[in-house]
Design a protein around this ligand. Structure first.
Ligand SMILES: Nc1ncnc2c1ncn2[C@@H]1O[C@H](COP(=O)(O)OP(=O)(O)OP(=O)(O)O)[C@@H](O)[C@H]1O
Ligand SMILES: [Mg+2]
Length: 261
């Protein structure tokens, strides 16, 4: 099929992919999303990242002429969205990669109430479907953890479910992570989501604690889903560095099982 024509992209089946969530904010969802984008590329797939809702965005400097009373999504710079676009090396519009943006570094529902714009789920679904027809693999970064509210009675969990993607749970390496990981994995399973696995991410340098040494084995033993790997602390976030770390530390077979073919 010829790539790029509107006919072929219309007919193309939807991409497979992952929805990346975490046990908390700041656990490394963006870095792991980047790692999975590179992993998908190594399998030979055209992959694209998406951060459908981003809060804590920076306000762009507005020209006096375009000064508006109300800030719109496009007036805000989404840093995670931009990073994922860069790692994927795609020319897809940032308006599709991060369609919903808020300035306040808060849960989407809270930020949306303060900023006076409700999150439009249909906009996210449309952007996802559009990208999904152009790429083989979609790596979608969630926001915060599974029970972060997006709208009244609509949580991150519901977004993962609406997009129909298996989730990957990013967890911290140290003490406390067993409980947080098990809570997230088991809640997701009870809600009917597919959980592809867990990635323990060294969001900070190793401390050599007993918890760090024993967590991978105990989590593998007691979790109903596999540990996909322990991702190391990186000194830089170049695409090649992230790619090498993904290749060496993530379970390529499980990743393939979900996104290839
Ligand atoms: N493997 C890693 N090696 C080095 N630094 C890391 C690693 N993973 C994450 N970090 C750093 O930890 C911080 C948090 O990571 P990241 O932004 O990916 O978390 P997040 O879960 O996406 O956060 P948010 O909830 O804000 O989206 C960042 O400063 C990031 O650069
Ligand atoms: Mg992030």
């Amino acid at each position: 099929m010829k790539k790029g024509s509107s006919q072929s992209s219309y007919n193309k089946k939807m991409a497979k992919g992952f929805f990346i969530t975490g046990t908390d904010t700041g656990v490394g969802k963006t870095i792991i999303s980047a790692a999975l984008i590179t992993a998908a590329r190594m399998i030979g797939l055209k992959s694209c990242g998406m951060k459908p809702i981003e809060t804590g965005c920076t306000r762009k400097k507005l020209k006096v002429k375009s000064l508006k009373l109300k800030i719109q999504d496009r007036d805000l710079t989404p840093h995670d969205g931009m990073f994922l676009k860069k790692i994927a090396g795609v020319n897809a519009s940032l308006d599709l990669i991060t369609p919903v943006r808020f300035e306040n570094p808060l849960a989407p529902l809270t930020a949306s109430e303060i900023e006076g714009r409700a999150v439009d789920i249909a906009t996210i679904n449309k952007a996802y479907q559009k990208l999904s027809r152009q790429y083989d693999a979609m790596i979608v970064e969630g926001i915060g953890g599974l029970l972060v509210p997006i709208r009244r009675n609509y949580f991150v969990l519901d977004l993962a479910s609406d997009l129909g993607l298996p989730i990957v749970v990013v967890a911290k390496p140290g003490i406390g992570t067993i409980n947080h990981t098990m809570l997230t994995v088991n809640y997701a399973l009870k809600a009917g989501l597919t959980v592809a696995g867990i990635i323990i991410n060294y969001v900070r340098p190793p401390e050599g604690t007993p918890a760090e040494a024993t967590n991978p084995a105990i989590i593998s033993r007691i979790s109903p889903v596999p540990l996909l790997g322990v991702f190391p602390f990186l000194n830089d976030f170049k695409s090649t560095t992230i790619g090498k770390a993904a290749d060496r530390n993530l379970d390529r077979e499980v990743i393939k099982k979900y996104i290839a073919g």
